[in-house]
Design a protein around this ligand. Structure first.
Ligand code: SAM
Length: 448
């Protein structure tokens, strides 16, 4: 059984919008008649978009799938500097709402034919006259194409109030342009079989409107005299995690610092015990702050290519530890001397200098911006233990607590606790004819 269009017509319409978004990079997009949010779900992956809004008169449809727009775990685990807020409203496109004014792009995909002609007039006024977006994409069935749709009698959907010919659509579009200061390009998706395209046009006709004067043109009509109306009901809103949020930035930075501190501790211990291949050195390269990549490169290279130079890390990072001192404190090399005797355990921390962390991990340096910032950001975090002078992260040397830990594990095992918190169609409501048509009888129209 061959589909009528390949890809299916509703996908071609959405792809048309996505291609427009890729080319024009709008920041604020509103989809009118968003239904079950299928187009919004595709648009949320476009990083240029910072505010994505859906509006539909039918709240039940929107609610049905709206949680599919929520961030997923990777959005939280690997946030970027991209910003995205999504808002969904129940409301009518025939009514004004100030929260959707001045957008970069308004999409209205297969919506206007569900309105009465009087409401299409209101739609034009609300969208082009009040919302005044920089661009509008309107798609609607092209009735010139209907004779080619097998089994179709009447309109394509029982809720359609009209289906326009290309001439009727053009006439409405030009009127809107004249009245509200836009220009329009008329096109479409869903090609006719070869030889018939010119006669009938596209199955879905599309008008792409651009505001005269571009984005700046929007502001001209956003004067004080325009009412601030709020007629829509907010159904759902969500902010995606972004590194612009200082809490999120702090959390990512801390987890990166703890990861690298452990890793550097491990390398140092390999050197100390001679378990490594002798190639590890944690030497801080000369050049001081400001040569992040060099430092990082050097560490990486040393790991594979250079001879071991123990203790260089401490020597070079300005901690003032002399070789003599280290010889005296052989076990405590690169430890901060924070030995303390608990009732049963000798606790010792490995001290990982912040400037080494800063230079070894590009993500740490990128997130913090400067060594001073790094110190400040870590200072108040309860997960991070800094040395007294704030120049190093102290990492527990767990091997010394081995026995104790093993007991702890056994205790947990006995108590039966599981380990918690480890590190962590419906494509749009198709038009009736598309659903009902006997697809086997249908000719294969490709959308290419
Ligand atoms: N735009 C969707 C897409 O491309 O996946 C599908 C549109 S569906 C054919 C038409 C939608 O318009 C329905 O969800 C309907 O509830 C909505 N609608 C009808 N009249 C409306 C109005 N006055 N204001 C807002 N939405 C309306």
């Amino acid at each position: 059984m061959e589909p009528m269009f390949s890809p299916p017509l509703h996908r071609q319409r959405h792809q048309f919008v996505i291609d427009f978004v890729k080319r024009n990079k709008p920041k604020k997009v509103v989809d009118l008649g968003c239904s079950e949010c299928i187009l919004l779900k595709k648009l949320k992956f476009h990083r240029e978009v910072e505010l994505l809004v859906g509006v539909d008169i039918n709240g039940t449809k929107v609610r049905k799938k709206m949680y599919g727009l929520a961030p997923i775990s990777t959005d939280y685990l690997q946030p970027t500097y991209d910003q995205l807020r999504i808002e969904l409203y129940q409301g009518s496109v025939t009514h004004k709402d100030a929260r959707v004014r001045g957008f970069d792009l308004v999409t209205s995909i297969e919506l206007i034919e569900h309105l009465t002609l009087a409401d299409v007039e209101r739609f034009s006024e609300v969208v082009f006259g009040y919302m005044t977006p920089a661009a509008v994409i309107v798609s609607t069935p092209n009735s010139d194409f209907n004779p080619l749709l097998p089994g179709l009698a009447g309109f394509r959907h029982r809720d359609h109030k009209f289906e326009w010919t290309r001439a009727e659509f053009r006439s409405w579009a030009l009127k809107v342009c004249l009245e509200f200061g836009y220009e329009v390009e008329l096109t479409g998706v869903g090609q006719a079989p070869s030889g018939q395209q010119e006669g009938v046009g596209f199955c879905s006709q599309i008008g792409v409107f651009h505001r005269l004067g571009g984005r700046d043109g929007c502001h001209m009509s956003l004067g004080d005299e325009v009412e601030d109306v709020f007629s829509y009901t907010l159904l759902y809103s969500v902010n995606y995690p972004s590194l612009h949020d200082s809490n999120i930035l702090g959390r990512v930075l801390v987890s990166e610092v703890l990861y690298w501190a452990e890793k550097l501790k491990g390398k140092w211990k390999e050197e100390m015990t001679g378990e490594g291949n002798g190639a590890h050195t944690l030497r801080q390269p000369e050049g001081g702050e400001g040569c992040v990549s060099e430092r990082c490169t050097e560490v990486e290279e040393k790991q594979t290519a250079c001879g071991a130079e123990k203790r260089n890390l401490v020597e070079q990072c300005g901690k003032g530890a002399s070789e003599d001192q280290e010889e005296e404190d052989e076990e405590g090399f690169w430890t901060n001397g924070e030995k303390r005797q608990d009732s049963s355990t000798l606790r010792r921390s490995v001290s990982v200098p912040l400037d080494v962390l800063w230079s070894c991990c590009p993500k740490v340096s990128a997130l913090s911006g400067s060594l001073g910032n790094l110190r400040r950001l870590l200072m108040d975090d309860p997960q991070v233990k800094l040395s007294q002078d704030g120049a190093a992260v102290l990492v527990n040397d767990q091997e010394l607590d081995f026995e104790e830990e093993e007991e702890d594990h056994n205790d947990l095992g006995d108590s039966g606790y599981a380990e918690l918190g480890q590190r962590s169609h419906t494509a749009e409501q198709e038009e009736d004819w598309e659903a009902n048509v006997d697809l086997e009888d249908a000719a294969l129209f490709t959308g290419q």
